[in-house]
Write a protein that binds this ligand. Structure first.
Ligand code: NDP
Length: 331
């Protein structure tokens, strides 16, 4: 993989360096279950590239709770067939382009969430592999100031944060409470509410050791859920963004006419739940905020985990205690 091409080498030698093999290493499972069903397979076929797709040499990938839920068989009815190479998030280099691809070329550094619908027919060959094939419209050019590991953690979480804030009608001057502010999604909701949407006030919940992080992300109020019940505090908000699964409590702290958006668990009106749709144009739209440093990727300090430690990385994610994103790099 780490082919060093001497500066004096001919173009033919350089081209050979990006040649795509027929087989690759990938993590895969052929039955549903806990992280133990994952096996590193050294000879998985490199996926074919559709005409609207690019083939990406994956440099880094990130884990999401939905990878675990899918692996446990919670979306069996609408899942792709087994065996599955899991993984939605990736950052890497384009090594092949389909005939209908317009804006990307070989050598472009891209990132994205590779399955348009997370739960309905997600890709059988995901991002926890050396190569993955993905539609051009689902990826974007990687911001120059962040590395592959940082970029890999962004797509699914930032698209969820963006879609949730839009669906909730969030806009400048409104207040928001973010439940689960230190997680992959919450850490981006705080930053985006403040930096992209112009929130008047951001409050967020986390446990004691993570309160400083909430502040550093832009939260005006950091609520320690081990000491206070947010639903018993006097403050109400225009929007509540629930990344924990506390819909029943979230609806108690929203202002009249406000919105409660939840990512998981049940919620009664005016709350609603949605499932993110992958969209590379959202990443492109947000790139200026990433490149200016107004919105920062948060990579969990226990990582990045090397490719050989995907099982350990999943076990850590599944503790529910991750800070920002659990990233796999290098691959
Ligand atoms: P993470 O694994 O990143 O969340 C971990 C964080 O949650 C930790 O930092 C932890 O902080 C925090 N947390 C746990 N319990 C609480 C609590 N009671 N109050 C406040 N914070 C808490 O998850 P994600 O952010 O990636 O995802 C969050 C949820 O949203 C998951 O269920 C996921 O499946 C779902 N999701 C749904 C999507 C959709 O489209 N519907 C899209 C993306 C995610 P601490 O250690 O301080 O407790």
């Amino acid at each position: 993989r780490c082919v060093v091409t001497p500066a004096s080498s001919s173009p033919a030698v350089a081209a050979a360096a990006t040649e795509v093999p027929e087989k690759m290493k990938a993590w895969a499972y052929d039955e549903y279950g806990d992280a133990g069903v994952l096996k590193l397979d050294e000879a998985v076929s490199v996926p074919p590239v559709g005409e609207d797709q690019v083939l990406v040499r994956v440099e880094a990938a990130a884990l999401n709770p939905v990878d675990s839920k899918r692996r446990m068989g919670k979306f069996k009815a609408t899942d792709s067939p087994l065996p599955t190479v899991p993984g939605y998030d990736m950052a890497g280099v384009v090594v092949k382009v389909g005939s209908q691809v317009k804006s990307l070329k070989e050598g472009d550094e891209v990132y994205g969430h590779i399955s348009e619908k997370v739960l309905e027919g997600p890709k059988q060959y995901g991002s926890l592999a050396e190569y993955t094939a993905v539609e051009e419209k689902l990826v974007a050019v990687k911001p120059k100031n962040i590395d592959f590991a940082q970029a890999a953690g962004l797509p699914l979480a930032i698209e969820t944060a963006h879609e949730g804030l839009e669906r909730a009608g969030f806009s400048a001057g409104k207040s928001i409470l973010v439940l689960g502010g230190a997680g992959g999604v919450g850490s981006l909701v705080i930053q985006m509410a403040k930096q992209v949407f112009g929130a008047s006030k951001v409050a967020a919940t986390a446990s004691t050791p993570k309160l400083e992080l909430l502040k550093s992300l832009g939260a005006d109020v950091a609520i320690d859920y081990t000491k206070e019940n947010f639903e018993e505090l006097p403050e109400k908000y225009d929007v509540v963004f629930d990344a924990v699964g506390q819909g029943d409590k979230a609806v108690k702290v929203v202002n009249e006419g406000g919105s409660v958006v939840v990512l998981t668990g049940a919620v009664a009106p005016p709350g609603f739940r949605f499932v993110v749709t992958s969209d590379g144009s959202v990443l492109t739209k947000l790139n200026p905020y990433l490149e200016s440093g107004k919105v920062k990727p948060i990579v969990d300090p226990k990582g990045p985990f090397p490719f050989s430690q995907v099982v350990e990385a999943f076990s850590y994610l599944e503790t529910g205690r991750a800070t920002g994103k659990v990233v796999i790099s290098p691959i």
